[in-house]
Design a protein around this ligand. Structure first.
Ligand code: NAD
Ligand code: WQD
Length: 337
C-alpha cells in the first residue's frame, strides 16, 4: 500500500513509519519538523533497509500537500501531525486550534480531491477526561478538560461528520493511552524539547543523571499506592495497531473508534521501580502536590481492538523501560547527537 504519514518524523510516527517500511509498504512522510528532526527518518531508513520519501511542509499548506498527493498518489493516510502538550495548549490555545483543526481539515479536503478515502487518526485517551470511570470502553461519554484535549474531541466529531457525508470515506480513530518505550535498537525514541512533561522521559533523564530527582505529583489518590495510575503502552505495539487499523479500513468504510492500550494500569511508583530494575540506576524522587488537571486513574478496556482488529499489546512495561533506557543512554542529547 502507498501510505502518506503526516507527522512521521515524530515519536509515534517514526516508529510507525519503520513498521510500515518493514511490512513492505511505500511511505511518504509530510512533516514541518516543528517538533522533530529529519535525523529520525535517516535512522528509520537504516533500520528498515529502505527509505520513506519526505516532504517538509505544514499539513495546513494546501498547495504543498496537494502537490504531495498528486505526486505520491497515496492509498491511505495516517495522520499523526499535531501539537500535543496539554500545559502549553492552555497558554497558546489558538495555535492548538489552528494547527490541529486546520491541518486535519486541509488533509480531509485534499484527500477528497485526490480520491483517497482511508484515514487513521491519532486521538487520545484524554477524550475520556473526567466524564466516566475506567476501564474506558469506546462508547463511554467523552469530553475534554483543556484546549489540546478539545482539539482531539472536536476532530473526532469532524471526522465522524465527514464519514457520515461521504459513503466512500473510511476513518479509524485510535485513542492512545500513554505511549512509552522505543524501538529495541535504541536508535529512535522520544526526544522531547526542554523539560519533559511526561513521566517516562523525565524518569529516563533522572536515570541518566541529567535531572536530580523525579517529582511525584501526589500520593493521596485512590489507587494501589496512592500515586496516579495509567495504561502505559509500548510504542512498537502502538505502531502495530496502526497497521491493523489500515488493514481493517481496506474492507470497511465508515467511522470506527478503537482504544489502543494494554488494559493494565501502573502507578507512578511502579514505573519508578520498573525503571530502576531495567536500568540498574536509582531514581530519587520526592512526593509533591498533585498536578492540576490530573485524574487518579486512566486505563482502557481493550476488547474492541482485540475483537475487530485482532490486535493486542504484547510488550510489557519492563520491556518499555529497558528500551527507553537504551535509547536514552545511547543518545543522551536525543537526535541532536
Ligand atoms: P510528536 O510531536 O513527536 O510528533 C508529531 C509530529 O508532527 C512532529 O514531527 C511535528 O514536527 C509534526 N507536526 C506537528 N504539527 C504539524 C503540522 N501542522 N504539519 C506538519 N507536521 C506537523 O508527537 P507524538 O507523540 O508522536 O504524537 C503523534 C500524535 O499522537 C499527535 O497527534 C498526538 O496528539 C497524538 N497522541 C500522542 C500521545 C503521546 O503521549 N505521545 C498520546 C495520545 C495521542
Ligand atoms: C503520567 C503520570 C502524573 C510527570 C498526558 C496527556 C495525555 C496524553 C499522554 C496526548 C500521572 C505522573 C508525571 C512527572 C509525575 N498525551 N507524573 N511526575 O498526564 O497521563 O497524559 O500524556 O494525548 O493527553 O495528558 O501522562 O506522562 O504526564 O503522567 O508524577 O514529572 O505520571 O501525575 O499520574 P498523562 P504523564
Amino acid at each position: 500500500m502507498r501510505v502518506l504519514v503526516t507527522g512521521g518524523a515524530g515519536y509515534i510516527g517514526s516508529h510507525t513509519t519503520l513498521a510500515l517500511l518493514r511490512e513492505g509498504h511505500d511511505v511518504l512522510v509530510v512533516d514541518d519538523l516543528s517538533n522533530s528532526s529529519e535525523e529520525s527518518l535517516r535512522r528509520v531508513a537504516d533500520l528498515a533497509g529502505r527509505e520513506a520519501s519526505f516532504v517538509e511542509a505544514n499539513v495546513r499548506d494546501e498547495e504543498k500537500l496537494g502537490a504531495a498527493f498528486a505526486d505520491f498518489k497515496p492509498d491511505a493516510v495516517i495522520h499523526f501531525a499535531g501539537w500535543k502538550a496539554v500545559g502549553e495548549s492552555t497558554e497558546i490555545p489558538l495555535t492548538y486550534y489552528r494547527e490541529n483543526l486546520g491541518s486535519t481539515i486541509a488533509l480531509l479536503e485534499t484527500m477528497a480531491k485526490h480520491d483517497c478515502h482511508r484515514i487513521v487518526f491519532s486521538s487520545s485517551a484524554t477524550v475520556y477526561g473526567e466524564m466516566s470511570e475506567p476501564p474506558f470502553t469506546e462508547d463511554a461519554q467523552t469530553g475534554a478538560t483543556n484546549p489540546y484535549g478539545r482539539t482531539k474531541h472536536m476532530l473526532e466529531q469532524i471526522l465522524e461528520d465527514a464519514a457520515a457525508a461521504d459513503p466512500k470515506l473510511a476513518v479509524a480513530v485510535l485513542r492512545y493511552f500513554n505511549p512509552i518505550g522505543a524501538d529495541e535498537s535504541g536508535r529512535i525514541g522520544e526526544d522531547p524539547k526542554g523539560i519533559p512533561n511526561n513521566l517516562l522521559p523525565f524518569v529516563a533523564q533522572v536515570a541518566a543523571g541529567r535531572r536530580e530527582k523525579l517529582m511525584v505529583f501526589g500520593d493521596d489518590y485512590n489507587t494501589a499506592d496512592g500515586t496516579g495510575a495509567r495504561d502505559y503502552i509500548h510504542v512498537v505495539d502502538l505502531a502495530a495497531g496502526h497497521l491493523a487499523a489500515l488493514e481493517y479500513l481496506t474492507g470497511n468504510s465508515g467511522y470506527h473508534v478503537w482504544n489502543l492500550g494494554t488494559g493494565n494500569p501502573s502507578t507512578v511508583l511502579e514505573i519508578v521501580k520498573a525503571f530502576e530494575e531495567a536500568s540498574g540506576k536509582e531514581i530519587p524522587y520526592e512526593v509533591v502536590a498533585r498536578r492540576p488537571g490530573d485524574v487518579a486513574a486512566s486505563y482502557a478496556n481493550v476488547d474492541k481492538a482485540h475483537r475487530e482488529l485482532g490486535w493486542s499489546a504484547e510488550k510489557t512495561v519492563a520491556d518499555a523501560c529497558a528500551d527507553t533506557y537504551r535509547w536514552q543512554s545511547n543518545n543522551p542529547n536525543g537526535f541532536a547527537g
